[in-house]
Design a protein. Sequence first.
Length: 290
Amino acid sequence: MKTKSVERIITPPSPHFVGDGFRVHNFIPSDYHLSMTRMDPFIMLDYNSKFNFPPTDKPRGVDVHPHRGFETVTIAYKGKVAHHDSYGNSGVIGEGDVQWMTAASGVLHKEYHESGFSKQGGDFHMVQLWVNLPAKNKMSQPKYQSITKDQIAVYNLPDNGGTVEVIAGNYKDKTGPASTFSPVNLMNLKIKRGARTDFNFPANFNTGLIVIEGKIRINDNETADTDRFILLANDGEIFSVEAEEDSVVLIMSGEPLNEPIAARGPFVMNTKEELIQAYEDFTAGKFGRL
Ligand code: MN
């Protein structure tokens, strides 16, 4: 086994607002050496670093918009998001919860701060990750996985060093509850100062970390502060994380699909023709109503 070395530590790009409710650093795709294919199958990553929203009676968020061809994964660290879609689904993503939405053939949805959170205001800290779908699954039936905090598989690090909370894929003997269309590992490492642990993913899996809180050392030589994205090279399998402070780290590693990408706005397909079809279907009302 070889070490998966650090290819680059990326400071967060300047934030922008998505709607009026999500103040995000767009790590993927960006000019910071993270093209839409570099982290394949992870094609988009908006990181809402911890941001305090003042109280309001009118919930902030993003109004009705479509998606087709991929999955949106929302991970809530602080704050609560309510969502509604064109299939009549709705719910609240609370702190510690994950929503895994398979847009596939197409949904319309809207995403807002939950009304109680909006009235109270407070810290809001989220990740939205888009996971591409294999060509053969892009037009399958949309579905939701509402993964609550208590459903996430927890691996306890030795000596009370913390936990690895597995959302999808595997860490040692723990398997995450999310079902995926291609091999994807997604987990939160919650590690105490001074503790250390190792991860092992195939060399060809594209792998990245975000320091959600704290400060870590990777492979005993590179340190990364809060809000940094750490891109790992495809040169080995194993990397280590040691906490210089109590830390929370989002870890993603997935097998690349290596399929052509035709993307525009909320649609990610394989060909330009499929993109045009997506716009036609959306305009014709085939994504339903909301
Ligand atoms: Mn959306």
